[in-house]
Design a protein around this ligand. Structure first.
Ligand code: PLP
Length: 381
């Protein structure tokens, strides 16, 4: 038998050093992961809020497998199995009756589609986004992403964008005028450290956008598909956006994204496209994912509350199974300590982010919270 190649060595030699890596995961089941050295982890990262139905969910794996045996790819010049069905279901769960879907392969591509759509239909060129907001790294999306260290090296970016203070309607009011094609906002800032929009903020934005004739884009890439306890985060505020972007949890880990735009707002033939968008495998994964989330959705808020309660000493911000704890400089040490003790969490801009698979059990939540508590206690306090 051939010995396994040394993947770490190969990675060091051949892969661009964009990501810092340590572990190598070889197997997953539910909210558990195993690395190549046989260590087991409770996964509170979930591929960064992606593996919504848990790792290798048998129904998602079967749906992808069955589809792969029939047809892996076919051009969008043909009808695609599962695509229209998934589109119908996305319109249903967004509550945007009469709306239409454009599929993408990732979150940043969903942002690109939303910005292009707003740009082309409004005839306006400017955008308004928020401090600490994140909408992706391709150049259009990056125009609306706040973090200076990832933005500045690529200036000038294609879209002019101003950044208002997240949660502050007055600052939006000052910047929003008839030149703004759309306001783009997360219902909970994910990369920004899990910061939920204050009550009334999204409905206030809706009103200000209506007054200025600007579109409202809700970026639900990280918060969608049950993460906050509703299908989408904006549904807690009962507003209707003009465009919703989604990705991550939509395919349980199969790369996919989409936008849903309200009735009457759509691309005309030729205005946008993509070879792989809404492909058969992605749609099989998406349809299976929705089937599963429909079953688990009613319990997500309770699980999130359980997690938040167990960590209440650290004042976590939370929305469903999305929790953030501000740590500051020693965030990396907390993450490492958790990992040594069998729990994976993620550090974003000085905040511990906890976004486990939505199928995490109560026992796993309790165990993970104990480990996170111990790490925070020993590193921070
Ligand atoms: C809110 C939000 N929008 C967009 C993106 C970009 O998604 P992707 O990494 O799939 O391009 C992310 C990724 O973290 C995100 O959190």
């Amino acid at each position: 038998m051939q010995p396994e190649p040394d993947y770490r060595q190969l990675d060091a030699e051949y892969v661009m050093r964009v990501f810092s890596r340590d572990l190598m995961m070889v197997r997953g089941e539910g909210a558990r992961l195993w690395d190549d050295r046989g260590n087991e982890y409770i996964d509170c990262v979930a591929g960064i809020a992606v593996c919504s139905t848990g790792h290798a969910h048998p129904r998602v794996a079967a749906a992808i497998g069955e589809q792969a045996q029939n047809l892996i790819h076919v051009s969008n010049h043909y009808y695609i199995p599962g695509q229209a069905e998934l589109a119908r279901r996305l319109v249903g769960i967004t509550g945007m009756e009469g709306g239409r879907v454009f599929f993408s392969n990732s979150g940043t591509e969903a942002t690109e589609a939303a910005l292009k759509l707003a740009r082309v239909r409004s005839g306006r060129t400017r955008f308004l986004a928020f401090t600490n907001g994140f909408h992706g790294r391709t150049c259009g999306a990056l125009s609306t992403t706040f973090k200076p260290s990832i933005r500045t090296p690529f200036l000038p970016l294609p879209y002019e964008c101003s950044f208002a203070d997240y949660g502050d309607l007055e600052s939006v009011d000052e910047m929003l005028d008839g030149s703004v094609a759309a306001v783009i906002v997360e219902s909970v800032q994910g990369e920004g450290g899990v910061v939920p929009a204050p009550a009334g903020f999204l409905s206030g934005l809706r009103r200000l956008c209506d007054d200025a004739g600007s579109l409202l884009i809700l970026d639900e890439v990280q918060t969608g598909f049950g993460r906050t306890g509703r299908w989408f985060g904006y549904q807690h505020d009962e507003i209707t956006p003009d465009i919703v972007t989604m990705a991550k949890g939509i395919g349980s880990g199969f790369p996919m994204g989409a936008i849903v735009a309200r009735e009457g707002l759509e691309f005309r033939p030729g205005e946008h496209g993509g070879t792989y968008v809404g492909g058969p495998l992605a749609c099989a994964a998406g349809n299976a994912t929705i089937d599963i989330i429909e079953e688990i959705l009613p319990d997500i808020r309770r699980k999130g509350d359980l997690f938040a309660e167990a960590l209440s000493a650290y004042n976590p911000r939370h929305a469903g199974l999305m929790l953030g704890i501000t740590v500051g400089e020693r965030c990396g040490d907390v993450q490492r300590r958790c990992q040594e003790n069998g729990v994976l969490v993620n550090c974003t801009n000085g905040h511990i982010r906890i976004v486990p698979p939505l199928v995490i059990t109560d026992e796993e939540i309790e165990k993970a919270a104990e480990v996170i508590d111990e790490a925070l206690c020993s590193v921070v306090l």
